[in-house]
Design a protein around this ligand. Structure first.
Ligand code: GTP
Ligand code: MG
Length: 206
């Protein structure tokens, strides 16, 4: 998949204010600082498209980026930092829950997990919520450059054993690094396969 253009479109505080044109969307979610914005920059090849910061909680709104004029990447606020709704459904932003449950043109949710850590309660809870809500997802284990390949592999294996054992089929999984560009090709290939399976509505459908 060749990225010909990647353009910031809008930041939305809630589902009602998301872009109206229903282009296929791929959303990125995960703990604050896990590397969502960096991954979007890696995939698009634009280092300053999504704002990256050492300070957790940089991305507070849902940020939409239009790629090749016909699909979108969506940078969602990190959970575990931004204001957390006191609801029973999940320990994360209410607007994000609405988006994940109600956005009809959302094709795929990438859940980012720090490849160096043992399974974290906040990630496990979020994945349980996705499973309970019957929302399919893909896992990306980030920051793979910070340790050896075998450490990343054993971390992923542990996650599979402890968190995903009951999921049949298990979700697709990738490892990534914004430093070495690991994972870029495979994730873009996955996105293009998903786009092929989910043809766009005819133009003018909005
Ligand atoms: P929020 O917007 O706060 O939720 O964070 P985020 O998930 O968007 O993380 P962001 O991309 O801003 O990255 C957080 C920090 O981790 C930055 O200092 C990045 O440079 C660093 N980082 C992200 N991805 C990688 C990676 O693959 N390898 C390494 N070594 N550092 C990374
Ligand atoms: Mg961010």
């Amino acid at each position: 998949m060749k990225i010909q253009s990647a353009v910031f479109e809008v930041s939305s505080p809630n589902l009602a204010l998301c872009p109206r044109l229903p282009l296929p969307e791929f959303a990125f979610i995960g703990r604050s600082n896990v590397g969502k914005s960096s991954l979007i920059n890696l995939l698009t090849g634009k280092n300053d498209l999504a704002k990256v910061s050492d300070l957790p909680g940089k991305t507070r709104l849902m940020n939409f980026f239009t790629i090749n004029r016909n699909w979108r990447l969506v940078d969602l606020p990190g959970y575990g930092y931004a204001h957390v709704a006191k609801s029973e459904r999940a320990d994360f932003n209410e607007a994000v829950a609405d988006y994940l449950q109600g956005r009809e043109n959302l094709i795929c949710i990438f859940v980012l997990i720090d490849s160096r850590l043992e399974p974290q309660a906040i990630d496990v809870d979020f994945i349980e919520w996705l499973v309970d809500t019957e929302i399919p997802f893909v896992l990306i284990f980030t920051k793979a450059d910070k340790q050896s390949l075998s450490q990343t592999q054993s971390s992923i294996a542990r996650f599979e054993r402890e968190v995903l054992a009951e999921l049949d089929p298990p979700p697709p999984m990738f490892a990534s690094s914004s430093k070495t560009k690991a994972g870029r090709k495979d994730i873009l290939k996955y996105i293009s396969e998903q786009l092929a399976e989910n043809p766009q509505p005819p133009s003018g459908a909005h």
